[in-house]
Design a protein around this ligand. Sequence first.
Ligand code: GLN
Length: 481
Amino acid sequence: MNLKISALEFIEEVKTGNITVEEFTAKTIDRINQVDDKLHAFLSVNNDAIDQARNIDKKIKSGENVGACYGMPISIKDNMCIKDTKTTCASKMLENFVAPYDATVISKLKKQDAIFIGKVNMDEFAMGLTTEFSAFGPSKNPWNIEHVPGGSSGGSAVSVSSYECIASLGSDTGGSVRNPASFCSTVGYKPTYGLISRFGLISYANSIEQIGPLTRTVKDTAFMLNLIAGVDPNDNTTINNNKEDYLENIDSGIEGKKIGIITEMIGDGIDPEVMTATKEAISKLEGLGAICEEVSLEMVKYSVAAYYTITATEAGSNLARYDNLRYGYEMPVEGYEFNSYISKARKNFGPEVTRRMIIGGFVPSAGHAGKYFLKAMKVKSKLTKDINEAFKKFDLLIAPTVPILPFKIGEKIDDPVSLFLVDINTVTANLTGKPAISIPFKIVNGLPIGIQLMANSMNDKMLLQAAHALEKTVTLPEVPI
Ligand code: GLN
């Protein structure tokens, strides 16, 4: 049986009776058992998956209504709550935390008969871009296991690209869906801020993060978005999308569309191979009838600094609740007064989370806020103004998703600033709330390069149409695992 099919193909195969959900699920679990020792995408695997698959097969046989997912195996980043399931955020702090309720995206997918095949690895609390900051060890890039798979939703990208599931949900605060999608050669999508409910997503930086799908094809992303987007009374930042059908007219193409090439995202520090791939993508889009020209977004050069200032501040406040009293790990309170207990308990956070909490306590503090936090907020609003201006002239913006190729595990781990700078092309979409997608484009020396397209807020449908048009121009080799 072929595990390499897309979500839409899987549904067809099940509907026509060519495969049963149980067979496919069993094969998927075999695959996980075969390759995950090497890749470490999964933190836990769902032991009830086969039973759930059997139940769906039964429903199909007896002609009952079956949800749109038809038992499709989906992996979930371990910062989204699935009731009665461990949700660790890849942190020692939540190592034994069992979620008491379902995130909105989870209950929506449950209703559609998705099978959550397992919870997948990530950087601790989604802070990072390589999965090296997972407290449970890094995931490996299936294209070359000496290299990082990207992050923080690294487990999501690895599981999709190495056929351990059909699709995955990740979260993207500054690129965490798009970056690993690019490094592992999958589609990765960060929707318009507010399109998908964050209820049940463990917060890192609420004001800019979104849940997003990682899939094999753009059509699969549109399919997932149809199921999980929409207003949610449990998340008052969600927006009404009027039940848009993102799959409808996905073949519309991009003839006549104006595309801006962001000057600041193809400048200093870009790998020549990534530059060549970007030029090739642009000429393919021109070949399809798009009109491409450069556009400058001056504030992009300050975007990484602003991003890390704002997100550390929000993280500092979000993570203050992890005091090891209401949930946490075994550490007796005897012999401590309150503050020393909390300080000791927080030693269980890894180095990156600790760094963010220290910065997050300092930058908004009295006497310093004007110099750091407020300045960062000014960059955010000027960047938003600039990009809105650009969208008066252009339908879409293009840049490589990541300016460099996937690097080796361990190569940048001791140099946080050089790691932060890898986010230069992704954080703009988060700071401005715009939708952005990474499309697999090329494999160079055995390593993937993804191309990023961005659109104006609520133009998600047009963005997916454009991404689908670009995707159709490329044929890529199979992952060598
Ligand atoms: N690398 C960025 C960070 O560490 C992005 C992470 C994310 O999108 N969750 O904050």
